[in-house]
Design a protein around this ligand. Sequence first.
Ligand code: ADP
Length: 307
Amino acid sequence: MTAAIEIDGLAKRYGAIEALGGVSVNVERGEVFGLIGPDGAGKSTLFRVLVTLLLPDGGRAAVEGLDVVKEYKKIRSRVGYMPGRFSLYPDLTVEENLRLFATLFRVTVEENYALVRGIYGQLEPFRHRRAAALSGGMKQKLALSCALIHRPSVLFLDEPTTGVDPVSREELWEMLRDLKRQGITILVSTPYMNEARLCDRVALMQSGRFLDVATPREIVERHGRTTWAARGEHMSRLLLDLRANPAVERCFAFGDRHHVTPRAGASMPRLREEMEALGHRQVEIRETLPGIEDCFIQIVGQQKQEA
Ligand code: ADP
């Protein structure tokens, strides 16, 4: 059986900007596949090519075995797409939005209601409210319901959790797992690296290229280095002093700690002493497990060194 999504050397330029520099991957049926990368990495461009809204300049891609250029009409009825910016009609009510999307795809809300019940059910009390008046989290749930109402086999979600509160984010990922159980293939993008662990596989993306494609666990196994978490009274000064220390290969701010990649032979107590000698107080350094963000920074840093 063919993969749900096949991407082979896909390229796209906007004038001088290379938004996709020849990316390749196969997404298997029923996978939750994450595109993880910062703003401008090329995630939206890849989505727009796959849902047939943008023509590629090179390479090829197919969704459910259908070519994105030659068979775009067939693809459109099989996929659900939730763009990064809200796709809803702000002046229509919640219910009118859902009915409109159903009509566009020549289905009825009633025939496919079971698929969206878990998501749309939470919005039913507000079904007469205009979409413009919904909270960010509720808008996302409505947009997801609209993207699903024609029962697509492949779902494309471009940054569904950006600008959404943490509780709604978790709920959204829970919904995606539920859709996966129903056999739907999901390609989802996010700038939040900690969401990578919720995907079956991820592509780490930067400047139109895939840095690596693997399961979240494999990414950490391949690229994870010894990582120390450091804290002190003056965090911004500590960051600069850690970076300047010869025992430190790399250091970046991570939540309320700094993550340090030590060089071979570095000693944790010695680094703490050296920070204290520079006037830092209450310095705490301990070993921590590297995450996807550490790996991302590691790979990008390595590439810069090699370039
Ligand atoms: P992401 O979704 O990861 O933020 P995009 O695919 O939106 O990335 O953008 C990739 C690159 O292409 C960025 O440098 C962006 O500025 C550029 N870009 C995106 N859309 C256009 C456009 N319509 N015209 C010109 N440049 C664009």
